[in-house]
Design a protein around this ligand. Structure first.
Ligand code: IMP
Length: 207
């Protein structure tokens, strides 16, 4: 079985590669087919944006027959982000571009730390959300899998693992940032890891 990852985000690709390592699937990404353009994410929910990505890449892959027809081919699209309670749920669906296109991940993390400077420790709740949409290439079926990871926004940047907001997010039950956790620990508790676990159960019939 082939799973084509419909994402341009290298951090996500690395995580999906680890998550599916023990399962009988061959992963490829849209990069492998030379697709470097992305759809505009005009949805107001993670689910809507994941659907936009799914349909956008599905069309290109179907049109160009970018798949091995001797096996089952699935497309996996994902939209994710962080919702911070004290910021009324921001950055949410704008997580990738929060603060404007000019900022990199460190810039976005610093922006959030600055906005939360005066927020007390009790009011620093946040959660990561991941919505995965999966369809077969012929669009005979489509599924949605959601994962959440609850935690707190820290007061500084810690750790160099992971990507995005990992260095400022402390998962519930842990004393360090997501960016300080070993990758295999992140995969067990993360929004992406939990959504993928549901997918694996449904699609691969495994735990
Ligand atoms: P998108 O799903 O490609 O629109 O972007 C999601 C954005 O949310 C990423 O660019 C990150 O900024 C953030 N994000 C999603 N998942 C994670 C994660 O596991 N760790 C840290 N940041 C994440």
């Amino acid at each position: 079985m082939n799973i084509i990852l419909a994402t341009q985000n290298r951090g996500k690709v690395e995580e999906f590669n680890r998550i599916f390592l023990d399962y009988p699937v061959r992963l490829s990404t849209v990069f492998d087919y030379g697709i470097t353009h992305e759809p505009e994410e005009t949805g107001v929910t993670f689910s809507e944006n994941a659907q936009i990505k799914l349909e956008y890449y599905l069309k290109i892959i179907q049109k160009n027959k970018f798949y091995d027809s001797s096996t089952k081919n699935l497309l996996l699209a994902e939209d994710s982000g962080i919702e911070i309670k004290a910021l009324n749920g921001e950055p949410g669906v704008f997580s990738a571009r929060y603060g404007g296109e000019g900022l990199d991940s460190t810039g976005r993390n610093n922006l959030i730390l600055k906005k939360m400077e005066d927020v007390s420790s009790e009011n620093r709740k946040a959660r990561f959300v991941c919505c995965i949409k999966m369809a077969d290439i012929e669009m005979n079926f489509q599924y949605e899998f959601i994962g959440h990871c609850e935690g707190l926004i820290m007061n500084n940047i810690y750790g160099s693992n992971g990507f995005g907001y990992d260095p400022i997010f402390k998962p519930l039950g842990y004393n360090v940032s997501m960016g300080s956790l070993k990758p295999e620990v992140k995969d067990k508790i993360s929004h992406r890891g939990l959504a993928s676990k549901k997918l694996i159960k449904k699609i691969l019939n495994a735990r």
